[in-house]
Design a protein around this ligand. Structure first.
Ligand SMILES: [Fe+2]
Ligand SMILES: [Fe+2]
Length: 163
């Protein structure tokens, strides 16, 4: 007899889990930059660069789409104008993160295949900018947006009591 399939994580659980994965990959990215600075590009750096590039090009981009649907969209129609402004700012951040990523991704792909053409100072700078922007973005989401979006989703799910 086969085991019953495990239920999929709910929308918000999946978003939380993904934040953990993003934070983990940001730490790995910083470690990679230090490694490249100190030891240059070797086999370990190539493998790390390939893994990190694949994660941010795939899973992290999908996270932004899921988040905009699950957490942002319901809050954009909120009557709380300050909250709606904050959500729009975070949405704009997704655009900045993508722009920074488009600078950094080719450098990681070059490291992954052992190309040494990258400008190390520029690589270090791009890593720092990407890391700091993403970290601040996640902190703000977890503190200011996720709790409100969760509360709203729960309120919408709650059965209506007949008057
Ligand atoms: Fe986000
Ligand atoms: Fe997020």
């Amino acid at each position: 007899m086969s085991a019953a399939p495990r239920p999929l994580a709910s929308g918000f659980e999946a978003l939380d889990l993904c934040h953990q994965q993003i934070l983990d990959h940001l730490t790995r990215l910083t470690a990679l930059a230090l490694h490249v600075e100190a030891q240059g590009i070797d086999a370990a750096a190539q493998q790390q660069a390939a893994d990190i590039e694949a994660f941010f090009s795939g899973t992290a981009r999908q996270h932004h789409l899921d988040e905009e649907k699950t957490a942002f969209a319901p809050l954009l129609s909120s009557t709380d104008a300050e909250l709606a402004t904050l959500v729009r700012m975070l949405q704009q951040d997704h655009g900045w993160i993508e722009e920074d990523w488009l600078e950094l991704a080719p450098q990681l792909r070059a490291i992954a295949v052992g190309n040494h053409w990258i400008d190390n100072a520029e690589f270090q700078h791009n890593v720092e900018v990407f890391h700091d922007l993403y970290l601040g973005h996640i902190e703000l989401e977890e503190k200011m947006i996720y709790p409100q979006a969760r509360t709203l989703a729960e309120a919408r799910r709650a059965p209506r009591v007949p008057q």
